[in-house]
Design a protein around this ligand. Structure first.
Ligand SMILES: Cc1cc2nc3c(=O)[nH]c(=O)nc-3n(C[C@H](O)[C@H](O)[C@H](O)COP(=O)(O)O)c2cc1C
Length: 337
């Protein structure tokens, strides 16, 4: 199967809310939750996508060609591209019941592993979602980052221990899920956590701990003080609060605050290797992608995940060749405008 065939297949399988649009930009699905849209007017999602369109690449093909290396090293492991699948939970509600959270996680974990990258996976009200996903991570020699919701401190620490036992390379928390009232409605409330609680959680494990949902220098500073390994600049794809800035808009101030002390990842509207290039030029270490991976899973399972990851990787390599960057550290602000 090729990439276009995979998209056609996805249109048939993905359910009524996602239209598998040519540009996955948040417009036709705005406000659609259940569904993959942004909350309210959907502006958080739309802005993420549109602000990336405002950045352009500077061409330079007059240089001594030393080859192109897209590899990144994190958690002591090498990944082929600085591109990871972002967690997506509740797939049966938001897409269609062709997949459930377990079969979805397995497809992204396996597909990303085969393509040389890693998937971040979701957490749910039912414990089986988390524990089942850990089985897939264990079967893939730890290639997966379980992303835990901000439940009570005790429950988070319990889930971190389970992740350690499964051999996961790292753990994450989508702290911005504190805004998901739908979880409380299902009898399992989430809540913001204090810096002290966060510190205790981070200190409870030797695994690198990544905080997802950081949208300002102020919160990045608190995350550093709590001892995290890295932050993910994310507004949850505009699904927890409308009218936020775009993630690419706040990236430079967060990079400035962090000063290389921790890793900085980003997600929100990233659709091509060129988009990933832009984030790296602005100081991010890597980017995560969510909705297009869901489209890929519904199109062709783990094969779809592999196809999409390789497409992004090729586009990134092409952008590097066309701008004179032989490795990721050579992608800097001079290469964009
Ligand atoms: C249907 C759907 C479900 C999601 N579920 C989760 C989740 O369980 N945990 C999480 O951290 N983020 C979740 N997200 C947010 C994504 O991980 C990501 O931050 C966001 O979608 C931005 O990336 P994108 O524009 O590439 O989709 C979800 C997003 C969507 C669209």
């Amino acid at each position: 199967m090729n990439y276009l065939e995979m998209l056609e297949n996805s249109k048939k399988n993905i359910g009524e809310f996602c239209k598998v649009c040519k540009e996955c930009n948040g417009i036709s699905c705005k406000g659609k939750i259940p569904g993959p849209g942004g909350k309210g007017l959907g502006l958080g999602f739309i802005r993420n996508y549109e602000d990336l369109r405002k950045i352009r690449l500077n061409m330079d093909t007059v240089y001594l060609n030393k080859g192109t290396n897209t590899e990144i090293e994190l958690f002591g492991k090498k990944f082929k591209y600085p591109v990871f699948a972002a967690p997506v939970g509740g797939v049966q509600i938001h897409y269609s019941d062709l997949y459930n959270d377990l079969t979805y996680s397995k497809a992204v974990i396996n597909g990303c592993h085969k393509a040389g990258t890693i998937a971040f996976t979701g957490d749910g009200v039912k414990d089986e979602v988390f524990t089942g996903t850990l089985k897939a991570i264990k079967a893939n020699d730890g290639w997966g980052v379980p992303t835990i919701k901000p439940w009570s401190k005790e429950e988070v620490i319990k889930k971190i221990k389970l992740s350690e036992n499964a051999g996961a390379f790292a753990v994450a928390m989508d702290i911005d899920a504190a805004g998901l009232s739908i979880l409380a409605a299902q009898g399992k409330p989430v809540s913001p956590l204090s810096k002290e609680d966060l510190k205790e959680i981070v200190n409870s494990t030797k695994l690198p701990f990544i905080l997802k949902g950081v949208m300002s220098a102020n919160v990045a500073r608190k995350a550093i003080e709590a001892g995290v390994y890295g932050v993910i600049v994310s507004n949850h794809g505009g699904r927890v609060l409308d009218e936020t800035p775009s993630t690419i808009e706040v990236l430079p101030e967060i990079v400035e605050e962090v000063q290389g002390k921790i890793k900085v990842f980003i997600d929100g509207g990233f659709r091509s290797g060129i988009d990933v290039f832009k984030a790296i030029a602005l100081g991010a270490d890597a980017a995560l992608i969510a909705r297009p991976y869901a489209i890929s899973v519904y199109g062709a399972g783990e094969e779809g995940v592999e196809l999409y990851t390789e497409k992004i990787g090729r586009e990134l390599a092409e952008a590097m060749i066309m701008t004179g960057a032989s490795n990721l550290s050579e992608i800097d602000e001079d290469k964009i405008r």
